[in-house]
Design a protein around this ligand. Sequence first.
Ligand SMILES: Cc1ncc(COP(=O)(O)O)c(C=O)c1O
Length: 646
Amino acid sequence: MMPRKYIRKKPERTYTAEDLQNAVADVATNNLTYRQASALYGVPVSNIFNRIKGRQIPEGKLGSGRKYMAEDGRIIPENYGARPSISPVYKITGAPTAEIVEVPAAQMDEVPAVHTVEIRPATPSAPIHCLRSVHGASLSTGGSKMDACNLKTENVVPAEPSKCTWHKEADPTNSPHTKKPLRPLKKIHANALETVGRTPIIRLNKIPQSYGIKCEVLVKCEYFNPGGSVKDRIAVRMIDDAEALGKIKPGATIIEPSSGNTGIGLAMVCAIKGYKCVVVMPEKMSQEKVDTLEALGAKVVRTPTDQGSYSRNSTFLVSHKLQEETPNSIILNQYKNASNPLAHYDTTAAEIYEQCDGKIDMVVGGSGTGGTISGIARRMKEINPSCKIVCVDPVGSILARPDTLNVNRGQFWEVEGIGYDFVPTTLDRSVIDEWIKISDQESMPMAKRLVREEGLLCGGSSGAHVAAAMKAAAKLEAGQRCVIILPDSIRNYLSKFVSDAWMEVRHLQPCVNSMNYWWWENKVSKLTLDPPISILGSVSCRKTLNLLRKLGINEIPVCEENGKFLGIAMLAELFNKFMARKIKPDTHISNALRTKFIKIKPDATLGVVSKALHIDGFVVLMEDNEEGEEQFAGLITIGDLLQYIM
Ligand SMILES: Cc1ncc(COP(=O)(O)O)c(C=O)c1O
């Protein structure tokens, strides 16, 4: 097939004087490169450059030679950026420029980032910011104006519509959906990568029966993959395809935004093939995933969970920044890479069909990137069109259709790997027949039941999938068959849902007073707590250390001058950051805070507090102020509780 030609259009840009100022500040402080600042704030690189160099901008023109004028039609005068009295919104006028980009036929599915063919002017759905909360309550977002400026980041967040041309009657000789035969079973494998796929399907014998489900319920156990998850399939496929296209050179660094499992799959491939690997992963994801990644030789970069995909600290923007700074590096980008759904079309779906001898009435899975469910669904639509495809979406996420299902948008959810605040390119919602919203209260206990009752050592999203299947499969009759995807392994969550204390503190299972303690049901308000003392974020690390030593304490709250709570300064955190050369003695303590901790409300019971103190040496007490916003009210330590109960 001849390469097709695409027009790359640069749309009209609009930006404010504040955007320019922010862009200049971020570049000047090395927070962002010129290109990133330009993409984020919508300000041309040349203008940022000129401002940083203190150059005057000729009347009516900017560095690029294009004409600029204020919204009200005035030509922008010289050094406009330095004069705040000027109307703050400026617009590029004149015809948008266009350039021709050749896209090889082999990449006609989802066209990779380097071949962006069109910059979509439409605004994607509003960004969602999630704050961590023990109770899973919806919290205020605190998102900055820049965070909410999603137009500026849309060329980095992989949410553009797919260019995939798949349809049910496509000719396999002329399509990347080639219908290749499955890999043969071997006695001895050359390396771990050869064992990816061909995972077992196992019947559930207790859980469906307890719901009165009449049909047969089977689970496809993706945690049997060598890296422990369904994502091994796409890791192998994305690297193989990129190598075949000559996009990965020897010694390359693979950088990937991931909720962990794709990172583990890629790190495994990199370990075997000799590439370097950097995984950019939100703070929400478990420490076990970090440990596995590091054991595989990958570098892990953590990003805040609470700022949303369109913030400049999101996994996507951070990955792009790293890629620009790292020579010979590539982001395979599972969120828009055609090899992701293709891996599942070619293998996962074909295996299910073969293992079930074609008799499948329903498939239930979830959507992170959507690659698994979209790849399986497309193949099923071709070979077994009557098979119903059900997709699970956590409460708080916005992927489900119709959109009215997406209540409590932005609420934090614990289950890892599924749900997003944008619709990934690789998710094809047209092939999903039904969406089911599932809460942590349903997912996590179900994951525990799968382990305890069915002996299946799976992860939290498996619980979400099975919980949804128990609703969807209730409509199937005896003799029909439902297949559920179990994406990953218990290994990732030993410190999370596997721990009863972790579940109890989050109200995901009852907090049982098995030792009959007299104080168990008493409320936190019974404790005598020291009045909360805190320090300012601008205090140096050295001074904080001196203070902690002087007071004989290990942790102290840190606030802004206006009283806004920033986090906890801790000896352990200071030690870790200092040893990693991330802070110096005169660094502000605001750069060395622990921001991930257990929060509780004054109406929590001491039973719950005792469980929380088993996990961490302190808990943070938060109260609602008159506006209903959460505010810091104090720390509760093991000493405080012991004082009361002993
Ligand atoms: C645990 C877990 N479950 C489910 C999924 C969803 O897979 P997909 O990205 O193919 O939609 C992922 C993806 O990262 C995952 O990590």
